[in-house]
Design a protein around this ligand. Structure first.
Ligand SMILES: Nc1ncnc2c1ncn2[C@@H]1O[C@H](COP(=O)(O)OP(=O)(O)OP(=O)(O)O)[C@@H](O)[C@H]1O
Ligand SMILES: NC(=O)c1ccc[n+]([C@@H]2O[C@H](CO)[C@@H](O)[C@H]2O)c1
Length: 201
């Protein structure tokens, strides 16, 4: 059995932190990070506002991302082995269809790209308020550091726009309050997923 989980949401909401903990606890669990599919800097359009437009879907190679997900769907055992994921002893060598395989897809723009939306068995979305988000973001350095004003001029307005667009699509999304502690968030999602997986079995 296969299960694909989306952990989407606002920048610095805590998606990666939560994902890293879940990956450690679930057996046969692979992960795909959307940030690994950013195009090189010279291919990122500069907007009329003067900012490189990082927070739009065209800044990412979404076709490559979906193909990577499809690679996992086709053969989760092969995918796990080639990504250094340890398989449970039961799985190694046995019929993969009989075992549970989990894929977590993590990223800030998961639910604004149709071919991806349809793939998820379960969709989570982490939110935090503006002030908290701005603060957390100011403590981070990305591969390309944020120029002054990027958060208010591009990142936050794009977040609001995409969230509105996503909400108008009526996807069954479970919202997570990213201001809760890391432990609380982890426990909430862990319990919810246990129930989902039991229902699927
Ligand atoms: N529940 C939490 N409470 C307080 N701080 C948190 C929590 N979860 C994560 N953080 C902190 O917030 C920052 C962002 O966390 P993380 O990298 O997990 O977020 P993200 O959503 O993956 O961000 P992005 O994708 O934009 O890089 C980190 O400094 C992390 O330690
Ligand atoms: N990972 C990168 O290459 C990169 C470069 C510039 C900006 N970002 C930011 O990452 C966030 C998503 O995690 C977005 O808000 C981007 O602005 C990432």
């Amino acid at each position: 059995m296969k299960c694909i989980i989306g952990i989407g949401g606002v920048t610095n909401g805590g998606k990666t932190t939560l994902t890293n903990r879940l990956v450690k606890i679930f057996p046969n669990c692979c992960v795909i990070h959307q940030d690994d599919f950013f195009k090189p800097q010279d291919q990122i359009e500069v907007g009329e506002d003067g900012f490189r437009q990082w927070d739009v879907i065209t800044a990412l190679d979404m076709e490559a991302m979906v193909n990577t997900v499809k690679g996992w769907i086709e053969n989760p055992v092969k995918f796990a082995r080639s990504h250094g994921v340890t398989l449970s002893p039961l799985t190694d060598g046995s019929d993969p269809e009989r075992e549970l395989h989990i894929l977590i897809v993590e990223g800030f723009l998961l639910y604004n790209y149709k071919p991806l939306i349809e793939i998820f068995d379960k969709s989570y979305y982490v939110t935090i308020p503006y002030e908290e988000c701005k603060w957390r973001r100011s403590t981070r350095t990305y591969t390309v550091p944020d120029p002054p004003g990027l958060f208010d001029g591009h990142v936050w307005p794009m977040y609001l726009k995409h969230r509105k667009e996503m909400e108008s699509n009526c996807i069954p999304i479970r919202y997570l309050d990213g201001t809760k502690s890391k432990d609380e968030l982890y426990n909430q999602v862990y319990e919810d997923l246990q129930n989902t997986l039991l229902n699927k079995l």
